[in-house]
Ligand binder design. Structure first.
Ligand SMILES: *[C@@H]1O[C@H](CO)[C@@H](O)[C@H](O)[C@H]1NC(C)=O
Ligand SMILES: *[C@@H]1O[C@H](CO)[C@@H](O)[C@H](O)[C@H]1NC(C)=O
Ligand SMILES: *[C@@H]1O[C@H](CO)[C@@H](O)[C@H](O)[C@H]1NC(C)=O
Length: 570
């Protein structure tokens, strides 16, 4: 190889290495000057309205919604990238649904064709929504690219806006090793504590003859699933469905059986037994249960006889329903989703002409049963771009002191975003200062088992590896009892057999994220520390190959470190 070729190779290798470390591709993403941004046919000016630093970029004078500040960047075909920017609208147009904002890529190829790709979308944006964080991923097309233009698209031309803190970095791919490493260190920090093992031995005992086995017998972290009550109660597939639930989950939520249309399809025609049988069965096996849901504000989820009501009669009927349901389930449920998907439907508020009725529903529930924890529960808040709206809703509920405990984030992933996008969205929601529960996780398998397993693992790592996430429930796990069987079944078929995703998920939950540590004292010394996952433990002492059962100890490891002392006098 010639010297020039060698240098070129080194430079290319260095560039690729630089890319792999998440290098910034945009120049002047902080908009402290007008440098590097193209503003053709639009007006761009620095403004003191900013997300950080001293300035943002104000955009006005647009003729088309696709016009916005742009910058040419260099991307590598086939590589994955992460894109992000903060946008604030300055005026509302007549559009009552709010505006759509996007981060867009325009790839030009040498045959003069273009490919447009959206990296991030945010719908329903209003002036009152404050700063909107647009985040997402894109993969550069796997063919020779002549040029790549990054730009901000939308809102309607009459809406002016400010953009700040724009960024495009490499390595946004969902398989990013960086992301896995980052979650591993968070997991180590927040899901584990130290177990200090201190052993004293009678003088005649040889340390080479003593093994100490620290074994986790139960996990503290809630991993759960939605349960189809009728299938559970009917004991389908020879009981394999319920056995799987009892063996592999410590939390559950009834998929449908507690929804009002199931409890009371016609006025006064009540059906609580199915739900109660399932809840009691689950609890008998040590499984905690979420209640889902007291009312559901999306109009097509409201049963017909309710839809015929209004005014005080509607208020009375809702209160009776909530009171009766809380009485019948008292002491049996840990959580309630009070008003499901209220970000995407406001039927009760609209029908009663009372925009604060959403708060009243929580307050009422909290006063009837102050022990059960109350949740908002919504979709497209981690899997899509409604994150900021959900944060604002949560802040409003929190400020009203109506008993909001946490945010249910459904997490129906049709496409799985990168670790970074999931983390950014969870970070945004965590600003509400209440716990986050992943309530309805589904992961599209892409019709390829192994790819599906990879995506499932990445998603679980990103969720379990976030400090605000307090529990994770799947929205079903068996293709015979699942709302979207094409998504992420852990088991399949009449015989309830594990899929690739099932093997992967159980390996994480029951092997990688559980602690099982055996040491010979001659190698570790009499005092040592095991970093263990939170949960219940047994410590066993093995002397010359036989357990000294009278020395067995049990304890529960929580957020505080724990010391176990063992005294061996065989
Ligand atoms: C991830 O962690 C492994 C093991 O600690 C390390 O070898 C590797 O360099 C890390 N990769 C990144 C991208 O941080
Ligand atoms: C469910 O089925 C299994 C296997 O056939 C059986 O052992 C069990 O007793 C059944 N339980 C109920 C509640 O029917
Ligand atoms: C909540 O309900 C209680 C009892 O009905 C009432 O006293 C209180 O004013 C309500 N609070 C809010 C914020 O609506």
């Amino acid at each position: 190889m010639g010297k020039k070729a060698m240098v070129l190779r080194l430079v290319i290798a260095a560039l690729i290495a630089l890319e792999a470390q998440g290098a910034e591709l945009l120049k002047n993403g902080g908009f402290e000057s007008l440098d590097s941004w193209e503003c053709s046919n639009i007006h761009c000016a620095l403004t003191s309205v900013k997300h950080s630093g001293s300035h943002g970029l104000e955009i006005s004078g647009r003729q088309h919604s696709y016009e916005g500040p742009a910058q040419h960047i260099h991307v590598t075909p086939g590589h994955a990238y992460h894109a992000s920017a903060w946008v604030k609208l300055l005026n509302n147009p007549g559009n009552t649904n709010g505006e759509t904002l996007e981060l867009e890529l325009d790839f030009l190829f040498n045959d003069n064709t273009h490919l447009y790709k959206s990296a991030a979308v945010h719908h329903n944006t209003y002036v009152g929504s404050d700063w909107i964080h647009l985040i997402g991923d894109f993969t550069a097309p796997s063919k020779s690219i002549t040029s790549t233009r990054f730009y901000i698209k939308g809102p309607e031309p009459s809406t002016n806006y400010v953009v700040d803190d724009a960024s495009v970095t490499s390595g946004g791919g969902s398989q990013s090793q960086q992301g896995i490493n980052a979650t591993n260190s968070v997991i180590d920090k927040i899901r584990k504590s130290d177990i200090h093992v201190q052993v004293t031995l009678a003088s005649h005992i040889n340390t080479a003859d003593v093994n100490i086995h620290v074994l986790q017998t139960r996990k503290a972290f809630p991993f759960g699933t939605a349960v189809a009550a009728s299938k559970y109660n009917e004991n389908v597939s020879g009981g394999k469905y319920r056995d799987f639930i009892h063996t592999h989950f410590n939390w559950a939520v009834l998929e449908n059986a507690l929804k009002w249309p199931h409890l009371e399809p016609h006025r006064g025609d009540k059906h609580f037994q199915d739900a109660l049988d399932t809840i009691n069965g689950l609890r008998k096996h040590g499984i905690k249960v979420r209640g889902h849901n007291l009312v559901w504000s999306v109009p097509n989820k409201v049963q017909d006889w309710i839809k015929a009501l209004s005014g005080n009669e509607l208020r009375t009927v809702v209160k009776q329903h909530i009171t009766e349901t809380l009485q019948k389930t008292h002491g049996l449920l840990e959580h309630w989703d009070v008003n499901n998907e209220n970000l995407h439907g406001t039927w009760y508020q609209d029908t009663l002409h009372d925009p604060d009725y959403d708060l009243e529903l929580f307050n009422m529930t909290h006063h009837i049963d102050s022990h059960v924890k109350l949740f908002l529960n919504d979709y497209s808040v981690v899997s899509g771009g409604s994150t900021d709206r959900y944060l604002h809703q949560a802040q409003r509920f929190k400020a009203a002191h109506v008993g909001l405990y946490g945010l249910g984030v459904q997490c129906h992933f049709y496409t799985v975003p990168s670790y970074q996008v999931i983390k950014d969205r969870l970070d945004t929601l965590a600003k509400a200062g209440v716990p986050l529960w992943v309530t309805e996780l589904t992961v599209n398998s892409n019709h390829d088992e192994n790819k599906g397993a990879d995506l499932f693992e990445q998603t679980l790592r990103a969720l379990y590896g976030h400090p605000a996430v307090e529990g994770i429930l799947l929205w079903g796990f068996w293709d015979h009892a699942q709302y979207r069987p094409e998504r992420s079944s852990l088991v399949r078929g009449d015989n309830v057999e594990l899929t690739a995703a099932g093997r992967r998920v159980l390996d994480l939950w029951e092997n990688q994220w559980m602690t099982d540590d055996t040491r010979v004292l001659s190698q570790t010394g009499n005092q040592y520390t095991v970093r263990g996952f939170h949960g219940d433990y047994e410590v066993r002492v093995i002397y010359k190959g036989h357990e000294l059962t009278q020395l067995k100890k049990t304890f529960t490891l929580g957020k505080a470190d724990h010391t176990v002392t063992v005294s061996v006098h065989a």
